[in-house]
Design a binder for this molecule. Structure first.
Ligand code: TYM
Length: 396
């Protein structure tokens, strides 16, 4: 039964009178757009996902000897059925990771963050990683793209993924428009289980939505079931993503049993905020996001203009200290600096008025510059290797 999906669609339609994800008009989270100030705890409740607790954190530590800082610091904060995946790992049973990207030119460093956690999972748990590039979705859902363009961006974005250090034996890239034979049979079975009304309510589609967009969710769901087909045994997936993708996987979980597939598990992050204060770093305000293609000069300018929790003058900052808990720059330090000691120093020195916002921004710029320099070097090297990562090379 479509229990999780229909319950939630019902709640949203009461609040908003339509099928989208507006929550009492304060903020909205859909797979395509985030508006307003997100209350993450409330969103987790409304979506019906569990919060990550000490329990899961301790289990991860037991299994790997450490816990990735993105989980430790609460950036990844919620999940669906993470525990059964960890139990499989403990028992030596197979599972796989699954992620994806709607390819476009505007890949920002926020997109890299869930993939950094995936890299850690692959290394620590030695699992296969399936990655879907939805050139079809981007073409169907966004105005102004040809399919040829989104397909070209799929290759460009694949380079950024590979640059994070994955090896071809573990990372399997699916480009929807080219690798559809791996998904189509699963997708039609999925499609038969989902009514138009469910899809409309879950994604906020209307009668004027094109039917391609209405069919697309079957493909994002299909990859969650693909490892089971490929390996010929029950292989559940764990999906590390920002929480905006939950609608797909809620539907996937609702129909999995009926189709004889294991329910996918998920681990959800919050959004990386925009540098200018928006809750989600987004392409609609180019100054709010750092793109992987930005020049050093642009990165510096964007960081130097970022919103901080600092005092209006140097004197006041020295006297009263800043407010790192409400500072975008500090949040970026938390996301891109793995040393707990360095992060603690920034926090304490800011509060004590010893660190000025300008100095703190320069430190962030240096860190991001170093990150992007390494990234771009590895991205360049990935160009010759991309074919080795394609699913078609490994699973025939
Ligand atoms: P897309 O391209 O919108 O986003 C790709 C991934 O990046 C995450 N993300 C963010 N994470 C943190 N902070 C942000 N500001 C931010 N912006 C985006 C998204 O949650 C996502 O994980 N339909 C999908 C493609 C897809 C997919 C999947 C994503 C296909 N299969 C499986 C996740 C898991 C899309 O267009 O993602």
């Amino acid at each position: 039964m479509l229990r999780e999906a229909t319950n939630n669609a019902y709640i949203y339609s009461i609040l908003q009178g339509c099928g989208g994800y507006y929550l009492a008009n304060e903020y909205s989270v859909t797979p395509w757009e985030v508006k307003g100030k997100v209350d993450y705890m409330r969103l987790a409740r409304e979506f019906g996902v569990q919060l990550i607790t000490e329990n899961e954190i301790n289990t991860i530590r037991e299994l790997t000897g450490e816990v990735h800082y993105l989980i430790r610091r609460g950036f990844f904060y919620a999940h669906r059925d993470l525990v059964p995946i960890l139990s499989r790992q403990r028992s030596g049973l197979k599972w796989a990771l699954y992620d994806g990207r709607g390819p476009s030119a505007d890949l920002h460093i926020g997109h890299l963050v869930p993939w950094m956690l995936s890299k850690w999972f692959v290394d620590k748990f030695n699992v296969d990683y399936f990655f879907e590039l939805t050139d079809d979705e981007k073409f169907l859902v966004k105005e102004g793209y040809t399919l040829e363009q989104t397909n070209k961006y799929a290759y460009e974005n694949a380079l950024d993924l590979i640059a994070l250090g994955f090896t071809p034996d573990k990372l399997h890239i699916i480009i929807d428009s080219e690798d559809i034979k791996y998904l189509y049979k699963i997708a039609v079975r999925v499609g038969k289980k989902l009514t138009l009304s469910t899809v409309k309510h879950t994604f906020g589609f209307t009668d004027s939505t094109n039917v391609g967009a209405a069919f697309f969710p079957t493909l994002e769901i299909s990859v969650a079931f693909l490892p089971t087909e490929l390996y010929g045994e029950q292989v559940p997936v764990l999906i590390p993503t920002a929480i905006d993708q939950d609608p797909y996987f809620r539907l996937a979980r609702d129909i999995a049993d009926e189709l004889g597939y294991p329910k996918p598990s998920t681990i959800y992050s919050k959004f990386i905020p925009g540098l200018t204060g928006e809750d989600k770093m987004s392409a609609s305000n180019p100054d709010s996001a750092i793109y992987v293609t930005d020049s050093e000069r642009d990165v510096r300018r964007k960081i130097m203009n970022a919103l901080t929790g600092g005092q209006p003058t140097v004197e006041l900052q020295r006297k009263y200290g800043g407010d790192p808990d409400n500072c975008v720059v500090y949040k970026y330090h938390l996301l891109f600096q793995d040393s707990d000691e360095k992060v603690r120093d920034i926090y304490e020195n800011c509060r004590a008025g010893k660190l000025l916002c300008g100095e703190c921004k320069i430190m962030l710029f240096e860190r991001i510059r170093e990150f992007m320099k390494e990234h771009n070097e590895r991205r360049e090297r990935a160009k010759d290797a991309i074919q080795q990562y394609r699913i078609s090379v490994k699973f025939r």
